[in-house]
Design a protein around this ligand. Structure first.
Ligand SMILES: C[S@@+](CC[C@H](N)C(=O)[O-])C[C@H]1O[C@@H](n2cnc3c(N)ncnc32)[C@H](O)[C@@H]1O
Length: 266
């Protein structure tokens, strides 16, 4: 299944910022506790975006790991490279399309990670096969992504506002099933971990900012729900009206992110 998905940097950075401002828990700590990356390790971060996870590991290992971040968005890679320079880090950010053969030798990396990215792969067996191939024996794969129960309130508000069918999301709709099972079929050992983060919005506006950064036409995930900018604005208006009603009723808006982490060993 080909998934025509793009991630504009302004939307991605807006969502990251909202998680940091309104979240109750820190996904970075959860990730580091689970993986404990070590100095000297070779790490590949697939679908690295603006480099969030690559920089996290760089900090955790005090710049002593050899980290490569790969993404197919030159816009996001440029952002990552600029930050890399500004921090004086030595991470290699390069073009990588995870629907193509990875341009690395077999048995190269100790750790291969992918945060909220690799589940957009068109052919899961092929892409996870590539991750397995480039990992050293005993190397680990870590894939994080939304579980089916993720941000139920967000979908409930959109449903109430539109009465329309919500398009299936490539991540949450198949994280525990196709994605977990594909990895489990390729790797020697596979575990599923869970992280919960309650985002409490003290007013409606940041929630709508989050909605805009999720439904944006450029991401091409939600386009079945609107046709062009006018319909998009009308849709956002309906969502805002329902969110305002919920806010007046409950005094706040709480959206719980439920994230899965698949940790597999070659
Ligand atoms: C939601 S973002 C996550 C980025 C980053 N891992 C983070 O946690 O901030 C998803 C990323 O997957 C990338 N992506 C989508 N399809 C891709 C593909 N075929 N090959 C490589 N990267 C891809 C996007 O460009 C984007 O950077």
């Amino acid at each position: 299944m080909k998934i025509d998905y793009q991630e504009p940097s302004k939307d991605l950075l807006m969502r990251i910022d909202i998680h940091e401002k309104y979240g109750s828990a820190n996904i970075d700590e959860w990730t580091n506790d689970l993986l404990k990356p070590q100095a000297g390790m070779s790490i590949l971060d697939v679908g690295c975006g603006a480099g969030k996870l690559s920089f996290l590991f760089d900090d955790y290992t005090k710049k002593q790991a050899k980290i490569t971040g790969g993404d197919f968005s030159e816009e996001l890679l440029d952002k990552a490279r600029a930050k890399n320079k500004e921090r004086g880090s030595n991470i290699e950010f390069q073009f990588l399309d995870f629907n193509e053969k990875f341009k690395f030798e077999d048995n190269t990396f100790d750790l291969c990670t992918s945060a909220f990215a690799i589940y957009y792969a068109s052919d899961l067996k092929f892409t996870f096969g590539e991750a397995h191939r480039v990992l050293k024996p005993g190397g680990r794969l870590f894939v994080s992504g939304p579980l089916p129960e993720n941000k139920q309130m967000f979908y409930d508000i959109i449903k109430e506002a539109t009465n329309a069918e919500i398009p299936p999301m490539p991540g949450s709709s198949r994280f525990k099933s196709d994605i977990f099972n594909t990895i489990d079929g390729i790797f020697a050992k596979t575990e599923l971990h869970k992280f919960e983060n309650h985002l409490t919005f003290p007013e409606v506006k940041p929630f709508i900012d989050y909605v805009r950064a999720s439904l944006g036409e450029d991401r091409r995930l939600w386009t079945s729900m609107f046709n062009g900018p006018e319909e998009y604005e009308a849709l956002i208006g309906k969502i805002e009206a329902v969110a305002t009603r919920w806010f007046e009723r409950d005094g706040k808006l709480v959206m719980t992110k439920v994230v899965g982490g698949i940790l597999a060993t070659k």
